[in-house]
Ligand binder design. Structure first.
Ligand code: SF4
Length: 83
């Protein structure tokens, strides 16, 4: 899968995504606990706006990253599905 605006690949393996997220979360200190995190991920997994099984169609974030951040909420303009 390529980006709509260029030819760069936008599909990452689950392992690549996990590694990227692990690195980025090491820079963050305002995180939700595992129960909240898992509840947010379950919501994203069933959301029609989830793309490539990893990415929010509204903000372009990896949901496994965004959902761990306490100060973030779901960006759905029709109403946040979590946060
Ligand atoms: S963050 Fe919100 S809009 Fe994006 S995939 Fe998750 S539930 Fe859907």
């Amino acid at each position: 899968m390529t980006c709509k605006g260029c030819s760069a690949s936008v599909r990452h393996s689950q392992a690549e995504v996990a590694e990227l997220i692990k690195e980025q979360l090491m820079l963050e200190d305002d995180l939700v606990d595992d129960d909240v995190y898992q509840a947010r991920l379950v919501t994203c997994e069933s959301c029609p706006h989830l793309q490539y099984e990893t990415t929010c169609g509204y903000c372009g974030c990896f949901v496994a990253f965004r959902a761990k951040l306490a100060y973030k909420k779901c960006p759905d303009p029709a109403g946040a599905r979590w946060g």
